[in-house]
Design a protein around this ligand. Structure first.
Ligand code: ZN
Length: 259
C-alpha cells in the first residue's frame, strides 16, 4: 500500500469519485488532503467521513500565496478545526519568494502564527518553501527556541539541493518528493532524493498539479503517486515494496494516524 502524503482533493469538483476509485485500484490506502480555504476544508471534512478506502485525513492552512487575500479570515477557522481534532496537521504554510504572490513580510507573519498554533496544539506542520530557504530556517529556529518542544513536520514538494535537504533533516523534518523528481531534467533533485535516508522520506502527488512522468501535462491524481514511488525507489536502489513500506511508516508516524 501507498500513502499520497499531499493532495488537494477537496479543492476540485470534477472527477473526485473516479479518482478515489482509481486510487483504491492503485493501492493508495491513505490520502492526506490539503485544505487551503473554507470551501476545501468543509468539503475535506465531509470527504473524510464519507470515504473509507482510501482513507482521507485533513490538513489545513492558508498557503503562502494567499495570505494577503485569505490569511486573516481563515486562521481562526483552522484554529477551531484543529482544536476540535479534525485536522492531523497544520499546513501548507511557508514561504514562496519565487512567485511572491503575497508580500514576504506577510508570508513570514503567517508562517510564525501557524508554527505557534501547531506547537500549542502539538500538531506537525506541512511546509511549502520555494527560493526562501534562509528565511524559512531562521524563522523555524527562532520559533523553536521560543517553545518548549520542537515543531515536527515535513517539507512538501521539496525542490532544493542536497545542502537544503541536509538542513531540513537536521531540524528533524521529513522530506517529501513529488512528480518533479520524475522529470528527466531534475538532476539536482534526484541527487537530493538519493541523499535523504529511507526513514525520513515521503512521497506525494500535490495533485491536481504537477503530474509525474509519464502523465506529465495531464491533470494529476493520487493514483499517480506510484510513479513517484517507482523513480525514488530506483534512485535509492531499493524495491518498490520497501519504499512503499517505509514511506507509509513515516507518514503514519509524523501524522500519528490510526490505521
Ligand atoms: Zn500543495
Amino acid at each position: 500500500m501507498f500513502i499520497d502524503s499531499h493532495a488537494h482533493m477537496s479543492s476540485q469538483t470534477q472527477d473526485l469519485d473516479a479518482e478515489l476509485i482509481r486510487a483504491k485500484e492503485a493501492k493508495i490506502a491513505v490520502i492526506m488532503n490539503i485544505c487551503t480555504d473554507l470551501s476545501s476544508l468543509e468539503k475535506g471534512l465531509l470527504l473524510a467521513l464519507q470515504t473509507k478506502d482510501p482513507q482521507i485525513y485533513n490538513i489545513a492552512a492558508t498557503t503562502p500565496h494567499d495570505v494577503e487575500k485569505d490569511g486573516e479570515h481563515f486562521f481562526p477557522i483552522v484554529e477551531k478545526a484543529a482544536t476540535e481534532q479534525k485536522l492531523v496537521a497544520i499546513g501548507e504554510t511557508g514561504l514562496d519568494y519565487y512567485y511572491e504572490h503575497a508580500p514576504r513580510e506577510l508570508q513570514q507573519l503567517y508562517l510564525r502564527q501557524y508554527l505557534k498554533l501547531a506547537n500549542r496544539l502539538q500538531l506537525p506542520v506541512v511546509i511549502h518553501c520555494r527560493d526562501a530557504w534562509d528565511d524559512f530556517f531562521s524563522i523555524l529556529d527562532e520559533e523553536n527556541e521560543a517553545q518548549s518542544t520542537k515543531t515536527r513536520g515535513v517539507l512538501h514538494c521539496f525542490t532544493g539541493t542536497v545542502a537544503d535537504a541536509k538542513k531540513v533533516l537536521e531540524r528533524g523534518f521529513y522530506v517529501s518528493f513529488s512528480g518533479i523528481v520524475t522529470f528527466p531534467k531534475s538532476t539536482v533533485l534526484k541527487e537530493a532524493a538519493k541523499y535523504v535516508p529511507q526513514d525520513r522520506l515521503f512521497i506525494e502527488t500535490d495533485s491536481p498539479y504537477l503530474a509525474p512522468q509519464p502523465f506529465r501535462g495531464k491533470k494529476n491524481e493520487p493514483a499517480y503517486v506510484v510513479e513517484v514511488a517507482k523513480v525514488v525507489a530506483e534512485l535509492k536502489g531499493i524495491s518498490l515494496e520497501t519504499l512503499a513500506t517505509s514511506t507509509t511508516k513515516n507518514v503514519v508516524s509524523l501524522f500519528n494516524l490510526q490505521l
